[in-house]
Design a protein around this ligand. Structure first.
Ligand SMILES: [Zn+2]
Length: 532
């Protein structure tokens, strides 16, 4: 049966709101996609992405074998080299482009054991750039950061931390997600939980403020006062998930604990049970490490000095494997390049895949790239960036570039309908903040699209958490994304006209009465944590 679906795209000039790409469907979805064109390359791209995906293999090699990719770590360099080798194996030109340096550091083990009043091995991870303990670990008692009237009293209290592990985060009243409270609790019990949590949060913020120190310097103050280690806990509101970021401490380890193991220690201290724990962390500081962007390239034939750019940061935090942030974006771009090389080996425009370093510390790799390559930015037709997980791409923003919206509409009209069915295009959209690397390109003046995925509970469960692992990948959605991204790049490369730089007027700031300024690129951090 012939499927007569058609993609209809509506555009409204000059205002920013979201339009849906509507697929009018006649008949069941299982009949497969309808191709709006008879283009053999477009069909082959789709078929390759769907039927011969390499995504599971790429995911295994990157996430299981190399693991997380902290900037400055040996694993990040391994990942840079892995990508170069993958590209070269596909016959694609590739290189690591050094844009700066970062403090070199290699993670070893984190072992945390409660010894008294009973034995239990605790779930936790030392923060990135955390110092090691002495071999065999440190055994000591614990103390909670005191609730003092003011900073003078805090200074008087501070010597009490000597020889102890210090807890500096607020305990949580529940480890159950709110969805569960809503499902099983009474309205009254859920309301009182929320009130209690708000009060505990406010009280804890006051407690920290009264120390006279900023929250992010507290661990360092405790180190100077003779503590043997610091515990924090950063729950991300799902079952068993916590986030792990970095520290600038130099002598004592800073360790993130899971919600309940943190709460357990907290209760044991508060009830006077005098808990004792042993902590062993291993890590190595390695001096200045190179910070790279890995760049893959398929040279254009007709317009080699015009570009279509695939963009995804390669670095990650390292609470687990960095699977959805941003292993998925990384292998999406690699897979897209593989497919294009196979069925579109002589593109009209040059296709670049940019795998950025140090996105997590402030888009450093992509900012460096746009600053170092103004000639590429000026001649870039479109940038497609992915950085929010594993789900089907559902949102495309035109970043405030008026003409880009018209082009993307045309490109999407040539993509199989089942890829665009749920897609919303924000046109012309807004330049947006610094959420991910497309912002660097938008700020530098190139039309850049964030490929926004369906969330799959990204922020509650995988974003920077201890559960961002291979099992969370949804390969069906990722295959769709590879088909869509490769199709868009193909269309963007083939487009007879170049996307111009017309930008929307930004809304007026109510306070100043002036239009909001267009974002500008600023110099990235090219010597991270080396200045101390
Ligand atoms: Zn990310």
């Amino acid at each position: 049966m012939k499927n007569t679906s058609r993609v209809l795209i509506f555009f409204f000039l000059g205002i920013s709101f979201t339009v849906s790409v509507l697929a009018q469907r006649f008949g069941p979805q299982t009949l497969g996609p309808t191709f709006p064109t008879d283009d053999q390359v477009a069909k082959s791209i789709y078929k390759e992405a769907m039927d011969s995906s390499r995504l599971p293999v790429y995911a295994h090699e990157l996430l299981d074998v190399i693991g997380p990719r902290l900037i400055g770590s040996p694993s990040m360099i391994k990942a840079n080299n892995w990508l170069v080798a993958k590209y070269q194996g596909l016959g694609i030109e590739a290189k690591n482009e050094k844009y700066g340096e970062w403090r070199g550091w290699d993670r070893g083990i984190t072992h945390i054991d409660l010894l008294q009043p009973r034995v239990r091995t605790l779930e936790g991870t030392m923060l990135s750039w955390s110092p090691a303990t002495k071999k065999g670990g440190v055994t000591a008692g614990l103390i909670v950061i005191a609730d003092v009237p003011d900073s003078v009293e805090f200074q008087k209290w501070l010597p009490a931390v000597k020889g102890k592990f210090v807890l500096i985060s607020q305990p949580q009243p529940t480890g159950r997600p709110d969805k569960v409270w809503e499902e099983f609790g009474t309205k009254e019990s859920f309301d009182s939980l929320k009130a209690l949590r708000t009060k505990m949060t406010e009280d804890w913020q006051k407690r920290l403020r009264k120390t006279g120190f900023r929250r992010d310097t507290l661990a360092f103050i405790l180190e100077q006062a003779g503590a043997v280690g610091v515990f924090s806990s950063d729950w991300s509101s799902g079952w068993g998930v916590y986030r792990v970021f970095g520290t600038t401490n130099e002598k004592i380890p800073v360790v993130a604990l899971s919600l309940e193991d943190y709460n357990l220690l907290y209760r044991l201290i508060e009830y006077g049970d005098n808990p004792v724990i042993r902590v062993e962390t291993e890590s190595k500081f390695l001096g200045a490490a190179p910070a790279f962007n890995t760049i893959g390239m398929i040279k254009g034939t007709e317009k080699p000095d015009e570009y279509v750019i695939l963009s995804a940061h390669l670095d990650s935090w390292e609470a687990s494997s960095g699977a959805t942030d941003n292993g998925t974006g990384t292998i999406l771009m690699l897979e897209t390049m593989r497919i294009l090389k196979k069925y579109y080996p002589n593109p009209k425009r040059t296709i670049i895949a940019g795998h950025w370093g140090s996105e997590e510390q402030g888009l450093n790799g992509s900012r460096a790239y746009v600053m170092d390559h103004p000639e590429i930015v000026a001649k870039t037709q479109a940038v497609f960036n992915q950085d929010n997980g594993t789900g089907r791409i559902q949102n495309l923003g035109a970043g405030g570039f008026i003409n880009a919206g018209e082009h993307i509409g045309r490109w999407l009209s040539r993509v199989p309908d089942n890829l665009t069915r749920d897609l919303k295009v924000s046109f012309p959209g807004m330049p947006g903040g610094g959420g991910s690397d497309h912002a660097s390109f938008v700020a530098a003046g190139a039309p850049a699209f964030g490929l926004g995925s369906n969330s799959w509970d990204y922020f509650a469960y995988t974003w920077h958490t201890n559960r961002d692992t291979y099992d969370k990948l949804v390969f069906d959605d990722m295959k769709n994304n590879a088909a869509l991204t490769a199709s868009l790049v193909y269309q963007a490369s083939e487009d007879p006209t170049f996307v111009n730089r017309d930008r929307r007027a930004l809304p007026v700031n109510q306070r100043t009465g002036q239009p909001m300024p267009w974002p500008r690129v600023t110099e990235p951090e090219r010597a991270g944590q080396l200045k101390k």
